[in-house]
Design a binder for this molecule. Structure first.
Ligand code: FAD
Length: 445
C-alpha cells in the first residue's frame, strides 16, 4: 500500500489523531489558519460521550449524539478526514503508521509537520478483563447499544420467567462505580423501571426492580463537595436506587456480582444485568508515545506532557485530553479531571501554539480554567458545583440541560435532542427502547 502525503501544497501539514472532544477543537481552531489538516479517526463520527448513557437507557437515539466528521468539515477544503486506526508512530520520520478499519483501504503511512494526538481513554476492569463480558460499559456507541439491549432484554426475560428467584435476578440491576456516569445510569434505569415501563408488562411489575449502585469510596460523586454527594444520594434513594458505598466488587460472572462483605467475607448478588462505570485507563497511544520519547506514564496509563502539551524532545508532537497528565510551569505533574472541558481547552491551546509558531511567536504554558462540575440524577434532579456555587434540584438540572445542548455538535442534533427531552419530560416516555443486535434462530439459518 502507498503512503499518504499531504495534498500538494507548501502549507504546514497538521495531523490530528482522534475526532473526540480534544481533537475536534484542535481542528476547529486551526481550520482557518494557513495549514493543511488531516484528521484521522477509527470512527467516522464525533461522539458526544456525556450522553451515551441516555442511548443505553433508550432516552436518545445514536444519531442524536453522534455527528459525521466529514459533515462538520465539509466547507473546509483544507481539512481532510481519514477513516483509519493509528497503529504506531515513526517520530524520527515524522510519520504515522495506519491500520484499516471496516475494510476501508487506508494508507500505510501518513506524514506530518505537526502532530496532535487525542486518543482518549477506555474503561479498565482493574485487571479483570473477564468481567467485561458480563458488565458492559457505555463509553462507545457500540457498547451503549449493547447495554441498551441487555437492560431491555432483562425485563423481557423476567416477564417470561416462571421461577421467582430467576425472575428476581433478571430484575436486579447492578451499576459498578458511582462517579457521574454511574450515578446518571442508575437514575435512568430507576426511571425506566419505575416510570416508563410501569404499564408495559403483564406478568411482572417493573417497579419491583432493584437498582443497586456499588461504590468503593465512602460516598457517591467523590469529585463533588460532600454536601452535594449527600444530596445526590438522597435523590437517588427517592428514585428507588439502593446506594452501597464502601463496597468493592471482587467478582462478576454471568449469574451476578460478588462484593467484599462488611464482616470480611463476601456477599453475592444475583443479577443478570450489570453495568460497568468504574476506572478508566488511557488510550494505548499514550503508552506508545511514552515508550518512544521516554516520557513518564502514570498508573492510569497517561503520558506526561510538558507544560506546552508537547512530548519531551519532540516539540512538533502534542498529546492532549484524557490520555495525558501535564507538567505545570514549575515542572510539577498535575492530573486534571478526565472531562470534556479539559480536552477541549487543550485542543484549542495546541491549535493556538501551532498558529503562534507559524507566525514566529512564543506561547505561554497551558492553564486549565475550571468552569465547574455537573451531574444529573433524574427528572429535575441534578447537582452542580460552579466555581464554589453549589446548586441542586431543578436549577442544577436546567443548567445541566443547557450546557449539554450548547456543547452538542450540530444545530440539528441540538434541536432533535431538545424535542426528544421535552417530549420525554411531558410524557415520561423513552422513544428508543429497542433491543438491537439480537438475531433469531431462523435468521441464523
Ligand atoms: C459515559 C461517559 C460520560 C461522560 N460524561 C461526561 C460529562 O458529563 N461531562 C464531561 O465533561 N465529560 C464527560 N465524560 C468524559 C469525556 O467524554 C472525556 O473526558 C472526553 O471525551 C475526552 O476527550 P478526548 O478528546 O481526550 O477523547 P475522546 O473524546 O474519547 O476522543 C478520542 C477519539 O480518538 C479516536 N481514537 C482512539 N484511538 C484511536 C486510534 N488508535 N486511531 C484512530 N482514532 C483513535 C476515538 O475513536 C475517538 O473519536 C464522559 C465520558 C464517558 C465515557
Amino acid at each position: 500500500m502507498r503512503a499518504l502525503r499531504p495534498v500538494p501544497s507548501v502549507r504546514h501539514h497538521v495531523v490530528v489523531v482522534g475526532g473526540g472532544f480534544g481533537g475536534l477543537q484542535a481542528v476547529l481552531k486551526l481550520r482557518r489558519a494557513r495549514v493543511q489538516i488531516t484528521l484521522v479517526d477509527r470512527r467516522n463520527f464525533h461522539l458526544f460521550q456525556p450522553l451515551t448513557y441516555q442511548v443505553a437507557t433508550g432516552a436518545l437515539s445514536p444519531g442524536e449524539i453522534a455527528y459525521p466528521l466529514r459533515a462538520i468539515f465539509k466547507r473546509n477544503r483544507n481539512v481532510r478526514v481519514v477513516l483509519a486506526e493509528v497503529a504506531d508512530f515513526d517520530l524520527g520520520a515524522r510519520e504515522l503508521l495506519l491500520r484499516t478499519v471496516a475494510d476501508v483501504p487506508a494508507p500505510e503511512r501518513l506524514g506530518y509537520d505537526t502532530l496532535i494526538v487525542a486518543g482518549g481513554s477506555h474503561y479498565s476492569y482493574f485487571g479483570h478483563e473477564e468481567w467485561r463480558t458480563h458488565a458492559a460499559e457505555v463509553k462507545s456507541l457500540e457498547s451503549a447499544l449493547a447495554v441498551r439491549s441487555r437492560l431491555l432484554a432483562a425485563f423481557e426475560a423476567a416477564e417470561a420467567e416462571t421461577n421467582a428467584e430467576a425472575r428476581d435476578a433478571w430484575l436486579t440491576f447492578v451499576i459498578v462505580g458511582a462517579g457521574a456516569t454511574g450515578v446518571e445510569i442508575a437514575g435512568q434505569i430507576a426511571e425506566l423501571a419505575h416510570d416508563t415501563l410501569r404499564r408495559d408488562f403483564r406478568t411482572i411489575d417493573p417497579r419491583r426492580a432493584r437498582i443497586l449502585l456499588v461504590e468503593a469510596a465512602d460516598r457517591v460523586l467523590t469529585s463533588f463537595p460532600p454536601s452535594l454527594s449527600a444530596k445526590a444520594e438522597r435523590s437517588l434513594q427517592r428514585l428507588g436506587v439502593t446506594v452501597l458505598t464502601d463496597r468493592s466488587v471482587i467478582g462478576i460472572d454471568a449469574a451476578g456480582v460478588t462484593l467484599n462483605g462488611r464482616d470480611g467475607g463476601a456477599d453475592r448478588i444475583a443479577s443478570r444485568a450489570v453495568v460497568w462505570a468504574a476506572g478508566v485507563t488511557a488510550s494505548g497511544l499514550a503508552g506508545r508515545l511514552a515508550e518512544l520519547t521516554g516520557a513518564e506514564r502514570d498508573p492510569a496509563g497517561r503520558v506526561t506532557v510538558k507544560s506546552d502539551l508537547t512530548l519531551p524532545g519532540h516539540a512538533e508532537v502534542f498529546a492532549i485530553g484524557d490520555m495525558v497528565r501535564v507538567r505545570d510551569a514549575n515542572e510539577e505533574t498535575v492530573v486534571l479531571p478526565g472531562v470534556a472541558p479539559v480536552a477541549m481547552q487543550q485542543g484549542r491551546y495546541a491549535a493556538r501554539v501551532v498558529r503562534a509558531r507559524l507566525r514566529g511567536r512564543q506561547h505561554g504554558a497551558f492553564r486549565y480554567r475550571d468552569k465547574g462540575n455537573l451531574a444529573t440524577i433524574g427528572r429535575a434532579a441534578a447537582v452542580a458545583d460552579i466555581k464554589g456555587l453549589r446548586l441542586s434540584g431543578f436549577l442544577a438540572w436546567a443548567t445541566w440541560l443547557l450546557v449539554h445542548l450548547w456543547y452538542l455538535i450540530g444545530f440539528q442534533s441540538r434541536v432533535l435532542v431538545l424535542i426528544r427531552w421535552s417530549f420525554s419530560f411531558a410524557t415520561h416516555g423513552r422513544g428508543a427502547r429497542l433491543i438491537t443486535g439480537a438475531s433469531t434462530n431462523s435468521e441464523q439459518r
